[in-house]
Design a protein around this ligand. Structure first.
Ligand code: 5GP
Length: 185
């Protein structure tokens, strides 16, 4: 049987490190939103694993909602032109919204989502990203809560996929380069 672990060149962030850091983020969010009932907006599908773990570390009444987006065009490079495949179930007007993202690379996808959500007049809008790639690129939206800054490598696991695989690995790893064409981001 195919063991997914064999496809990983190295573990970048272990399950234990993820648990510890997400607990810290949850404490910080709990303190910052004290007295409020934020709506966590997850971006499908990559953010799902992070979102459900993060939500359980937040000691406040929270609502969970999800959006699914896809980039226009055939390019594997992010263009920032995004189509909404699934919209939120409920209005966020007047709500405190925390967008939960798996990884911010160029930030173009996130910028589109944030601009779209801002038009709906939330009371506040902040961003929490598990991973931020350290790249010198056009500045994207500022991120209020960052789990880890990571090098510019293609990572999988903990919700992140390659061709829809590896999302269920409990850690974040770097895929063995011979397994992909290197054109996914
Ligand atoms: P951005 O618009 O910030 O350039 O692209 C962000 C999206 O690209 C993420 O939501 C994710 O879907 C994808 N992405 C960027 N870097 C990686 C990576 O290292 N691994 C995986 N699996 N997806 C990535």
């Amino acid at each position: 049987m195919h063991d997914l672990n064999d496809d990983i060149a190295k573990i970048l962030i272990s399950a234990e490190q993820l648990t510890r850091r997400i607990g810290e983020l949850g404490q910080q969010i709990t303190a910052d939103y004290r007295g409020k009932e934020p709506v966590l907006v997850g971006v499908l599908k990559g953010a799902v694993v992070f979102m459900v773990d993060l939500a359980r570390t937040i000691d406040l009444p929270v609502e969970l909602d999800f959006m699914a987006v896809s980039s226009y065009g055939a390019s594997t490079q992010s263009t920032g032109v995004v189509r909404i495949l699934k919209d939120l179930d409920r209005s966020i007007s007047g709500r405190d919204v925390l967008v939960v993202e798996d990884i911010v690379d160029s930030g173009l996808t996130l910028r589109y989502i944030v601009e779209n959500l801002r038009d709906r007049q939330p009371a506040s809008l902040r961003i929490c990203a598990l991973l931020r790639k350290q790249k010198v690129r056009a500045p994207g939206p500022s991120i209020d809560y960052v789990g880890f800054d990571i090098p510019d490598e293609f990572v999988v696991g903990y919700g992140l996929d390659y061709a829809e695989q590896y999302r269920n690995l409990p850690y974040l790893g770097v895929l063995r380069p011979e397994l992909y064409r290197g054109d996914q981001v």
